[in-house]
Structure formats: C-alpha cells, structure tokens
Design a binder for this molecule. Structure first.
Ligand SMILES: Cc1ncc(COP(=O)(O)O)c(C=O)c1O
Length: 393
C-alpha cells in the first residue's frame, strides 16, 4: 500500500456512530458499570479515544508499536529522558534543538543525568563517546538548524552493541520521508507542532516506541507525569496528518528550488540543505529518506548578526517567527531566537554561525519565495557595498 493510502486509511471511522472524522471526546472521565468495569477508558489523563486515535495513527506511520501524545514536543522529549535514572549518560548530537539542550543541561544535569555532545554525522564519533554509563543516544537527522545528517542504521547498530537506546527526533523529516524505527532506532519523537500538525495552529509532541514493553514504560510516564495532549489538539494533529504526504512533497520541491537559488547567490556563503549534492552527507540522506524536507539554512558572506537581522526583517512572504513546518513560509535567526540558550562558543562550534538564517519553506509558489529572498539579499548587498546603483541595475 502506498504511503498516502496508508495514512488516509489508518484514520479510523468512529465505531460508535460511523463518523468519518474522528470525534473529539471532550470529557475528563468515563462512566463505569462497576469499579474497574468500563469500555476501555476510565480517566482522560490515562486515556482518551481521540488521543488514542492519534497515538495509534502515528505509531502505525512510524512502524512502531505504541505511541504517546504529549502537550508539546519538549514534554515528549522529557518523557524519554525519564526512562533514565541518576548516573546514566546520554550521547546527543551537537547541534541539538536549543530547547532540548536547555532541558538536558538545566533540568536533568541537576538530577545526575549527564549529556555528552558529539558530531554524530560521523557514526565513529558516537562509538568513541560511549561509556559504561551511556544509556541513551539522541540524534536529530536532519538537525535543527544546520541540517546535519546522521546515519541512523549505523548508529542503531552501535546502540544495540552497547546496550543503549537510540532515540531519533524525526521532526524535520516526518514519517512521510523517513522511518527511523525501521532503520533500527528504539524510539522516535516528534514536535507535532511542526509537519505533523502542519498549519502552525497547535503545540504537540509524540513519542513512538518500536517495541511494546518500552512503549508501555513511556505510557506509564505519560500518565504518571501527566503532560498529555488535549482531545481538541489531538484532533487537529489527526487533521493535519491527513494531508501530510501531499504537503511534504510540495515542501521538498519548493525547498530544493530555494536551496539551489541560494547556492549560486553572491551574498550567500554556505547553504545547508541535504538535497544539494554539495551537502556533506547527501548520500546518506538519499539512502535513508525519500526526500530532503522543507528546511533550508544558509549563512551570509557578511557573517554578522546585524546582516542576518537585516535579512530577516526585509522579507515580505517569509514571516519572522519561531517554529517551522507550516503552510506559510517562516524564517528565523537561530543565534538570537531558537538557539539563544546555547552559549555563543558552543553554538558556533556546532556550526550555528552568527549570520545563520533558517528558512521554513511553505507551500507558496517557489518562484514567489525566490523573488522574496532575492530582494532581501539585494538589501544586504546595498548595505555591505554602499552601492546604491545596484538597486537600479
Ligand atoms: C527538532 C525539534 N524537536 C523538538 C522541538 C520542541 O517542540 P515543541 O516546540 O513542540 O515543544 C522543536 C521545536 O522547535 C524542534 O525543532
């Protein structure tokens, strides 16, 4: 069965009424016939039919056995870390999403869970960082925001041989492009706020476990810690997923066009997009995913925060905002926004340069997006060269 057919038909018809759209069960509790005798639901923190429909849907899309939906991507990440105990160590990709870095360093280090950051684009670095205490390997691929690619299958082998779990943050690729569990990972997390939701209208997170036993531990944490996704937001994510493959196809086409335009522009220094042949791990990306996604990052020849700020305030279609993965194009300046919590030295060392700009390519016409970028780059050029004749040339 094709991916799109699978998605559309994994969304259940309501068994009670035949409703084609999953009903929103806006309830806190469920009436029981006798203590413990119920229709499979007792209290909505523990389980809710709308949330359950979403959890089953994403588990199926990711080739997993159990899904657990959370109030945000970060609470999904938090639930995975709670599988560990004091004294355990995590190996994490070095340009990890800033919020995950903050959670690891400012919350979990206090509880005795230490994190070792490595450049996971070379699986050997991961292997070399393993200690007897390593219990979890955490990768994003592509990473946020420098679109680094790690070899999921190779790192999964290392994880298995070292008896630790591999969790892949699959937010950027989505299951429409990449299925880490099928490549050997144990857990996948999503900020469903992004491509799964797809319309910039909710905050949500999901954890999917490959095997049932691990999934049940995550479900236990979900209930015990309580950061569940509401029925309405669960419904919104299901609605978003209905068009996931269609949206992702267009995001990829548009992003490729934008990346190729940027690559030949004189004001642009480096372009980060796994779909470009110049991307260092283009071959691995092509091997493990069906497409290269909708995020493109780039740096300016004038590698200053000022030039980047001028660019991000000069575009008209690209709106300056945190987040990504929606139908409208967004852009951000990670050094000042998503990655502000990472110390400048560490941020630069991970490749997040002062002028790095991240584009979330939406579903507008690619030509319009290119024109918008072109006029903003022209402004940068004028400021840099002071040559106002360029404007009329
Ligand atoms: C790769 C990645 N993972 C996790 C998150 C956190 O998700 P949320 O904002 O839904 O908590 C984000 C947010 O930008 C992200 O980009």
């Amino acid at each position: 069965m094709g991916n799109t057919t699978q998605i559309i038909h994994s969304i259940p018809v309501d068994p009670l009424t035949g409703a084609i759209s999953v009903p929103i069960y806006q309830t806190s509790t469920f009436v029981q016939e006798a203590p413990g005798v119920n229709k499979g639901f007792d209290y909505a923190r523990t389980n809710n039919p709308t949330r359950q429909a979403l959890e089953n849907l994403v588990a199926e899309l990711e080739d997993g056995s159990i899904g657990a939906a959370f109030a945000s991507g970060l609470s999904a990440i938090d639930a995975v870390v709670k599988l560990l105990k004091a004294g355990d160590e995590i190996i994490a990709v070095d340009d990890i999403y800033g919020g995950a870095f903050r959670l690891f360093t400012q919350i979990y280090e206090k509880f005795g869970i230490n994190v070792n950051y490595v450049d996971a684009t070379n699986a050997e670095n991961v292997f070399n960082a393993i200690t007897l205490r390593t219990k979890l390997i955490w990768i994003e691929t592509p990473t946020n925001p420098t679109l680094k690619i790690s070899d999921i299958a190779a790192i999964a082998k290392i994880a298995r041989a070292s008896n630790c779990l591999l969790c892949v943050d699959n937010t950027f690729a989505s299951p429409a492009l990449q299925k880490p569990l099928a490549l050997g990972a144990d857990l996948v997390v999503h900020s469903a706020t992004k491509y799964l939701g797809g319309h910039s209208d909710l905050i949500a997170g999901i954890v999917i476990a490959k095997d049932k036993e691990l999934g049940e531990k995550v479900k236990f944490i979900q209930n015990a810690s309580g950061a569940i996704l509401s029925p309405f937001d669960s419904w919104l994510v299901i609605r978003g997923i209905e068009t996931l493959t269609l949206r992702i196809k267009q995001h990829c086409l548009n992003a490729q066009q934008v990346a190729e335009f940027l690559e030949q522009h004189s004001e642009v220094d480096r372009v980060y997009y796994p779909g470009l042949k110049s991307h260092i791990n283009h071959d691995i990306a092509a091997k493990q995913s069906k497409g290269f996604g909708g995020i493109v990052s780039f740096t300016l020849k004038n590698d200053t925060e000022e030039a980047a700020v001028q660019f991000v305030t000069s575009t008209k279609l690209f709106k300056l905002a945190e987040s990504l993965g929606g139908i409208k194009s967004l852009l951000c300046h990670p050094a000042n926004m998503t990655h502000k919590t990472i110390p400048a030295e560490k941020r630069r060392a991970a490749g997040v340069a002062d002028s790095l700009i991240r584009l979330s390519i939406g579903l507008e016409e690619a030509e319009d997006l290119v024109k918008d970028i072109e006029q903003a780059l022209e402004k940068i050029k004028i400021s840099r060269t002071g040559n106002y004749r360029v404007q009329t040339a």
